[in-house]
Design a protein around this ligand. Structure first.
Ligand code: GKR
Ligand code: MG
Length: 420
């Protein structure tokens, strides 16, 4: 008889995160993630990584309990268990990414880490990398882009971090230089929505001067009106490879796209399968940023890739703050997705701690070589896992709360959505 799931362990962890600024506020001193371990009665193990808001953790644990005796190769059955466990509840997604996203259903987010863990487990048992289980790698390294942020030099009350402050074009260029020198990135993305658009345009123009020929992206997370988005598109049209989520919602994005030829990308107005038809109908976007944590795992992300291919949409990949299990999953997915031709986003350079043993995941010339070992190819560092779990317990942080944290410094701050 084939092995069955005997035990699921969900471990929330907190890892140090610099004060990165965005449209809804600023990153807290620690970012949260949950590690999901799926064990079988035959002694096999699979790993997944996901968000760690409290409601999400509750749901993960409920599904974990319901999975006892389940066949780890039955991924359709796994989805059924998630749907049944969450019941008829839709009540908003588990984690709205610090308040940036309106998510209707938690099913995809809860299913994702279990699916990844089962694929990791299947790969370990069959001796095949996860990319093979997704149809086979079409590339042996996955390019990532250097993800630049406006940031404070330090969290309030703490010593300056190694990156220093980035609030001016010169400081953004210096940050980019460090990213490029340290990781070899061949494309750059600036997180905007922080300063008035003119200043963000100046920073992008400074990047274009400092890194001629390097593809650039700007993402203000819906900080702008339609008119402002058009002014920026006009000004940066010759500089950007795409403009990401300049404004809020499919309708506004379509209004912008109708009046510019600059490609528009999104990880905010198309975040579920039922957003694709209206976006296509209205011609709102050119590029969808997939994210297996949000879209229901690795296989549904390859399904999204097929849909994009059918409708002539291009594909890139989104990132939130994450650790090595996620980076491994993102790399296998991108490797096995032929039409994912943009460099993927990653927050990885911003973290200084991890739960995976070093040696497998590394950046070479801005790309991560696809792990060739069985499954995801990464192993948990149990000591680090324990340490970061203790950090979670002592941090007191139980949800991502960029706005509330910003308000401790600037009490009158409200999110910049559609501000300019
Ligand atoms: O980490 O501050 C951040 C980002 O702004 C993140 O929350 C976004 O989801 O990176 C993301 C994006 O591309 O929109
Ligand atoms: Mg984005």
């Amino acid at each position: 008889m084939s092995s069955r799931i005997s035990r699921v362990v969900v471990t929330p962890v907190a890892f140090a995160d610099p004060p990165l600024l965005n449209v809804v506020g600023v990153h807290q001193p620690y970012a949260l993630r949950a590690m999901v371990e799926v064990h079988t009665d035959a002694g096999s193990l699979g790993l997944g990584e996901t968000y760690a808001g409290e409601l999400h953790l509750e749901r993960l644990r409920a599904v974990g309990q319901a999975l006892g005796g389940h066949d780890p190769y039955d991924l359709n059955g796994l989805r059924r268990v998630v749907v049944e466990t969450l019941g008829r509840e839709t009540g908003g997604g588990s984690d709205s990414v610090g308040g940036m996203l309106a998510i209707d259903s938690a099913v995809d987010q809860v299913f994702s880490p279990f699916e990844v863990a089962c694929l990791d487990l299947q790969g370990r048992e069959t001796g095949r990398p996860v990319s093979d289980l997704l149809g086979g790698a079409v590339r042996d390294r996955v390019p990532f882009s250097g993800y630049l942020f406006y940031k404070w030099g330090a969290h309030p009350g703490q010593d300056a971090d190694e990156w220093g402050e980035a609030l001016t074009p010169e400081q953004v260029v210096a940050q980019a230089r460090r990213m490029v020198d340290g990781w070899g990135f061949g494309s750059l993305k600036l997180k905007g929505g922080v300063l008035p658009p003119d200043q963000e345009c100046e920073a992008v123009e400074a990047l274009a001067d400092a890194f001629p020929g390097v593809p650039l992206r700007l993402d203000p997370n819906c900080g702008w009106t339609v008119e402002t988005s058009l002014q920026v598109a006009d000004r940066l049209g010759g500089v950007l490879e795409y403009l990401e989520d300049p404004t809020l919602g499919i309708d506004r994005m379509a209004q912008v796209r109708a009046r510019t030829s600059l490609p528009l990308a999104t990880n905010m107005c198309v975040i579920a399968f039922d957003h694709v038809p209206p976006a296509v109908r209205e011609g709102a976007v050119d590029v969808i940023l997939s994210d297996h944590h949000l879209w229901g795992g690795l296989r549904r992300s390859t399904l999204l890739a097929g849909i994009c291919d059918t409708f002539g949409l291009r594909l890139s990949m989104h990132s939130n703050s994450h650790l090595g299990v996620s980076l491994a999953a993102m790399t296998h997915l991108a490797a096995a997705t032929p039409n994912l031709t943009y460099a993927c986003d990653t927050h990885y350079p911003w973290k200084t701690e991890d739960v995976v043993l070093p040696g497998v995941l590394e950046f070479v010339d801005g790309s991560v070589p696809v792990p060739t070992g069985a499954g995801l190819g990464v192993e948990l560092d149990r000591d680090a896992l324990g340490r970061l779990h203790d950090q979670y317990l002592s941090s007191g942080i139980r949800a991502r709360a960029d706005t509330a944290y910003m308000q401790t410094v600037q009490p009158d701050f409200t999110p910049n959505t559609l501000r300019w």
